[in-house]
Design a protein. Structure first.
Lengths: 483, 436
């Protein structure tokens, strides 16, 4: 728990990246004073060399040697996220965590003690679409830890006592989670946008659904969704590939490939376009501020314009000087931060703006947000702004892939979403290729401006009328189970 | 586990292969500003950390939170670069930044592509030498800070309890107020207060700069001479002479707030980071809370199911501080039951000491922690700065594995016995209703 107070909520906190942009009209004098910056040439970041191959059981393996630090990171990814929960919301997330509750050859205590003792890390969790199991350890500890890792991803035992204990805490955590409107607003928004589509499933489930889960549910979910033939492991760090390959062969002896079909049709089903503005007003009686999300549908990972969209979003709400942060924070002091995000999934995605403000400023902050969106469509982007955003993205790109851990994560992400090396290797080239004309086409094509969907969490009695200004209001109470 | 111990003891003495003490160079400008440089060419980026030795401990009632407010104002305009331009110029050059304020220090962090380093020097020099306080910017920033304070409290009941426990644990020392400040002070700071603060604390002799990344030492030196050296030094800031008097009895705090289950927070007074007992206390803290097999997690969360979250905090501090132990109760668990369970675990360490296995475990964890913190240029700069500030010398970073190895099991038990006493404790509970 960090007790410092910062300029921006940070990337690390998992919430806000560097937020916000600029105001050409009100500070035109500024332009003369600025260091004039043209488009910069950067040392192009290239994906380090790696090897990819497939074992007889169908598991894809990525090996990337990185010798700077004596650490090794391993990451396994499975198509085992919450989109496959069905009615049993929370099933994927609990299954992932429960992998570490014991396996054929190791008890929960043995797993925890071995990893903790070596200062190594092990984690297993599920997100919306995928589950990941990751370990990190000192070079040299491979032989002790890898067999455990291999056993938990193939032979978890899901002991009832441990599963029940976790469910008991899980339910309490779901209740506590509602203490943070900013922590749960994404769940409300996802459900509000997607409705019955599996992408609307809250990853952590609800009290009712999680309470009902049993070890058998976990087992059947595991058997279908943790097929090695649909998965990969990436190993990145300080090792010698030839040695690791031999070790992998020992731990994964030749075995027949199992390939059961998953049922992705439901996930691929589209969402009917929104035909009106809607507002979900979630009441929290003791609120002193209103937390809000405004947005609509976004794009899928395989969208060909994904990098161009990112450039525009950087300008709108993806950095400290973005238009949203400039207006809502820097110029008016209405909030500590405002940002916009494209959340890209395999088959679809969402776009949202997120901010918060004192209850009494709810109307001012939301009006201003909508004005900024309108300005984006009306005025578009000029050359100087575009150049600044390109430089910013290029300049901040290399640190994203600085560690073996982040590279391991990148490789599994590339596998899961089917991204080519060119996504990384041509990234800077693609950034540079963007023109002002493209930019304005991208805005018109992808940035929602009408039929917006709003979620407001705050004191309903004081913001009900404000909420009604924006569209048809649906009311809920934060204390009600689910989202 | 025996075999493991032998392997690890051997390993523990290895130094950091990724950077050695010789890789770090430093120089001090005539105005007293110390600059520490670590060349690391793994990515074409670099960072610049500026640590000012000022934090909420330098404040007094009436201006609480002003260090943090000041931190925000550093982005709001100087001479060459007016309001909003610092961030605009930095981002247009591919850079990003953040800043944080603690009880002890204020840090400014710039991350940038290596070829734009001169711009970073120019931006920093402008605001250190000529920060300007624009009245309009002061007012909008006041709103930002009120929102920052409010959003922290809105989203985290523990933060509310934390403030109250800190305020009770300290009766004299300025560690008693929250870094963000009390609301009434936030609303009433004046431009004059900010100007005084700037003159007192933002002189180059009160600042340490760390630069790590794909840069050349000589180029850093040239730029430092050009941009930072002309800034005049200032008088040494007032020493913080207030010593927190010894606590003579347990203090209890209750905060009423509607929550699904109670929050519990303990504070014990302990020595500052530069103390000889620091390493033993730091290992004790890890034994209590680091990992699933730690004392508190294993017993209270996993086995007894009394809490859904538990942890400890022993932050770096110039002055004697507190170790915090925090927990959120599980469903239908009473605060007093959770409180007792925590006390039992503490008693157990005091009475029975620590085992060989967990003793070696926390040392191994520390070593891994160091490796992880040295994986990025960002982690390197931050760690180097932390050691320079709180341990008096960045070189201590490289002797840290040995410093931890020198601690004995008995010393860990001794510090537990010495500091985890009832008289030295403040216990805070946040709950919907007070338990009868």
């Amino acid at each position: 728990m960090k007790r410092n107070t910062t300029k921006n909520l940070t990337k690390q906190s998992g919430y806000m990246n560097a937020l916000m942009h600029e105001c050409m009209q009100t500070c035109s004098h500024a332009i003369i004073l600025l260091v004039i910056v043209g488009s910069m040439t950067f040392a192009q970041f290239q994906l380090p060399k790696y090897e990819k191959y497939t074992l007889s059981n169908g598991l894809t393996v990525y090996l990337m040697e990185q010798h700077e630090v004596p650490l090794v990171y391993m990451n396994a990814i499975f198509p085992a996220g919450a989109v496959w929960d069905g009615e049993e919301s929370g099933l994927a997330a609990l299954t992932a965590e429960a992998l570490l509750f014991g396996s054929k050859n190791y008890t929960k205590d043995q797993i925890e003690e071995t990893f903790d003792f070596l200062g190594a890390g092990i984690s297993a969790n599920a997100g919306k679409e995928a589950a990941q199991v990751s370990i990190s350890f000192k070079k040299g500890d491979f032989d002790q830890l890898f067999p455990i890792f291999a056993d938990v991803i193939r032979n978890p035992s899901f002991p009832k006592t441990e599963v029940d204990k976790r469910i008991q805490r899980w339910v309490a955590e779901l209740e506590q989670a509602k203490e943070s409107p900013r922590g749960v607003i994404g769940n409300y928004f996802g459900k509000f946008i997607y409705g019955e589509n599996p992408y609307g499933n809250p990853v952590d489930g609800t009290k009712n659904t999680v309470s009902a889960l049993t070890p058998d549910d976990l087992r059947s979910f595991f058997n279908l969704h943790y097929q090695l033939s649909k998965s990969c492991i990436s190993i990145v760090g300080d090792f010698v590939s030839e040695e690791i390959k031999l070790k992998l062969d020992q731990v994964f002896p030749p075995s027949p490939k199992v390939d059961l079909p998953l049922l992705p049709q439901q996930i691929q089903a589209g969402i009917d376009p929104f035909i009106e503005n809607r507002v979900l007003l979630v009441n929290k009686d003791d609120s002193r501020e209103t937390t809000f999300m405004i947005g609509s549908m976004g794009v899928a990972w395989n969208n060909p314009d994904i990098i161009q969209i990112d450039i525009i979003n950087t300008i709108l709400g993806g950095r400290f000087t973005s238009w949203l942060n400039t207006e809502l924070r820097i110029n008016t002091g209405l909030t500590y931060g405002a940002r916009s995000t494209f959340s890209n999934r395999k088959y679809s995605g969402t776009f949202y703006i997120l901010s918060f403000t004192g209850t009494e400023n709810t109307s001012a902050a939301i009006d201003l947000t909508l004005k900024v969106v309108e300005r984006l469509h009306k005025e578009g982007i000029d050359e100087e702004t575009l150049t600044s955003a390109k430089n910013y993205i290029k300049g901040q790109f290399p640190p994203d892939y600085e560690t073996a851990g982040s590279l391991a994560g990148l490789l599994t992400t590339m596998f899961f979403y089917g991204l080519e090396d060119s996504y990384i290797n041509d990234f800077e080239k693609n950034i540079d290729a963007m023109t002002v004309e493209n930019a304005n086409n991208i805005i018109a094509k992808y940035f929602p401006k009408e039929n917006m969907q709003f979620v407001l969490i705050g004191k309903a009695d004081e913001i009900r009328e404000v909420a009604a200004k924006y569209g048809k209001v649906i009311e809920r109470n934060l204390s009600e189970d689910g989202f | 586990m025996k075999k493991l111990i032998a392997i690890l003891l051997f390993f523990s003495f290895a130094v950091f292969p990724q950077s050695s003490v010789e890789d770090i160079k430093s120089f001090t400008l005539e105005n007293g500003m110390k600059i520490i440089v670590l060349e690391d060419h793994s990515i074409p980026n670099a960072n610049m950390y500026l640590f000012y030795k000022v934090g909420s401990r330098n404040e007094y009632p009436g201006i609480t939170g002003i260090s943090h407010f000041f931190e925000h104002m550093m982005f709001n305009g100087a001479k060459k670069y007016g309001p909003k331009e610092f961030d605009r110029v930095m981002e247009a050059n591919g850079g990003a930044n953040n800043a944080y304020t603690s009880q002890n220090i204020t840090a400014y962090t710039n991350w940038f592509p290596n070829h734009t380093m001169e711009v970073m020097f120019e931006l920093e020099a402008d605001r250190i030498a000529y920060l300007n306080f624009d009245s309009t910017m002061i007012e909008s920033e006041r709103g930002v800070i009120l929102s920052e304070r409010s959003t922290g409290l809105e989203n985290d009941p523990m933060e509310e309890l934390w403030d109250e426990v800190q305020a009770a644990a300290f009766t004299a020392h300025p560690y008693m107020w929250p870094v963000v400040g009390w609301e009434s002070d936030i609303k009433n700071w004046t431009k004059q207060d900010l100007e005084n603060y700037f003159r007192t604390y933002y002189a180059p002799n009160n600042c340490i700069v760390v630069i790590a990344g794909d840069v050349k030492y000589n180029w850093v030196k040239t730029l430092a001479e050009k941009y930072f050296a002309p800034i005049p030094s200032g008088p040494d800031p007032r020493k913080i002479h207030t010593v927190e008097p010894e606590q003579k009895g347990e203090r209890k705090v209750f905060v009423k707030r509607e929550v699904p289950s109670p929050y519990v927070l303990f504070a014990y007074h302990v020595p500052q980071t530069s103390s000889e007992e620091y390493y033993a206390l730091d290992l004790l803290e890890s034994i209590l809370s680091s990992g699933k097999t730690s004392r508190l997690y294993k017993s209270i969360v996993d086995e007894k199911q009394l809490a859904i979250d538990i942890g400890t905090y022993y932050g770096n501090a110039f002055d004697p501080t507190v170790i915090m132990i925090y927990a959120i109760a599980g469903q239908d668990v009473k605060a007093e039951v959770l409180e007792k369970a925590i006390k039992d675990e503490i008693e157990k360490v005091i009475n029975e000491g620590v085992t060989d296995n967990e003793f070696q475990k926390v040392k191994n964890q520390k070593l891994m922690g160091f490796y992880r913190s040295m994986e990025t240029i960002n982690g390197k700069a931050n760690t180097i700065g932390t050691y320079e500030l709180f341990f008096g010398d960045y070189k201590k970073l490289f002797s840290a594995p040995e410093d931890y190895n020198k601690v004995t099991k008995e010393e860990i038990q001794q510090v537990a016995e010495k500091y985890f006493t009832k008289n030295n404790r403040t216990v805070g509970i946040l709950n919907t209703e007070e338990e009868k």
